[in-house]
Design a protein around this ligand. Structure first.
Ligand SMILES: [Zn+2]
Length: 295
């Protein structure tokens, strides 16, 4: 049940399209930052990389966090707060947050749409098709309170379970915007095509499953060629489901640690605060420009 449960997210072929693009030589076509005008990453980095881990799984505490800590890299852990691994290992999640990792909101009960042949695993009492936006809002906001009790933080990001955006047929994410710096939801390219046009409340992710270290590093390089970002969403690391091996994960993390100048790897929260700041500055500049030109 749990295994088939996450096969639905992300709901599209992983990595294949991006790797095809790399092979086809599209990397050479776009100089760093060319599509985004004045958009800049901190300290001259060519791309930002977010490493995120969904559902609150044991293998993340056992394998992912030790690897990140070994290399001094910060990740984001989207806790499904009803997952037994949250209650059972509360002290470990709290300690991870103290070391700089982000604890993100992934809802209390992980409701996903039960529609479609790949959603037979959705339980009736956790079906997003029969949960209203108002119920989701109440629960997700309670999730923020619970997370604050764990890590003491007030700023938060959210990853929509299964990337689904409709509760009982209505958009439920707009009512959550005030409570979050950014939201991952919906589909899209593995590598963000444009930072200037990125909607902070509908960020697409790359969801590697059984990927090699080199395949994931290829996506990072593609983000650098575009001057944009790649937001990885993992599930199991060396265990659990939708897994990436501990070795492949280690290879990616080591690469990022060895190339810190080129790739800014940080929590999704820190990256998106920077993105929103750059977007606001660019918007202010474009509004001011015609005025000063006419004076
Ligand atoms: Zn999930």
């Amino acid at each position: 049940m749990r295994r088939s449960f996450v096969l639905a997210f992300p709901p599209r072929p992983l990595l294949a399209a991006a790797l095809t693009a790399v092979v086809a030589g599209s990397l050479a076509a776009a100089p760093a930052g060319a599509q985004d005008g004045a958009f800049r990453w901190p300290n001259g980095a060519r791309a930002a990389v977010s490493l995120a881990y969904d559902d609150a799984l044991d293998s993340q505490l056992d394998h992912a966090i030790p690897a990140l800590d070994r290399h001094g890299i910060r990740g984001t852990f989207y806790l499904q707060l009803s997952n037994p691994a949250v209650a059972r290992r509360m002290g470990e999640w709290r300690a991870a947050a103290r070391r700089g990792h982000e604890l993100g909101n992934h809802s209390l009960f992980h409701q996903c749409s039960g529609t479609g042949t790949d959603r037979a695993w959705v339980e009736a009492h956790r079906n997003l098709d029969t949960t209203t936006p108002e119920q989701m809002r109440d629960q997700v906001l309670l999730g923020n309170t619970m997370l604050e009790a764990i890590d003491g933080q007030r700023e938060r990001t959210y990853t929509a379970p299964c990337g689904d955006m409709l509760a009982a047929g209505r958009s439920y994410l707009p009512a959550l915007r005030d409570a979050f710096v950014a939201i991952k939801a919906g589909g899209g390219a593995d590598v963000v095509p444009s930072m200037a046009r990125l909607d902070p409340y509908a960020v697409a992710v790359a969801g590697p499953v059984n990927a090699s270290g080199q395949e994931m590093i290829a996506l990072v390089r593609q983000a650098a060629a575009r001057g944009t970002m790649v937001a990885f969403t993992f599930h199991g690391i060396g265990g659990d489901y939708l897994s990436v091996s501990a070795q492949a994960h280690e290879e990616l993390v080591r690469f990022l640690a060895q190339h810190r100048q080129e790739y800014w790897t940080d929590t999704f929260l820190n990256i998106m605060k920077h993105v929103r700041g750059e977007q606001a500055a660019s918007q202010a500049a474009s509004q001011a420009a015609p005025k000063s030109a006419s004076q």
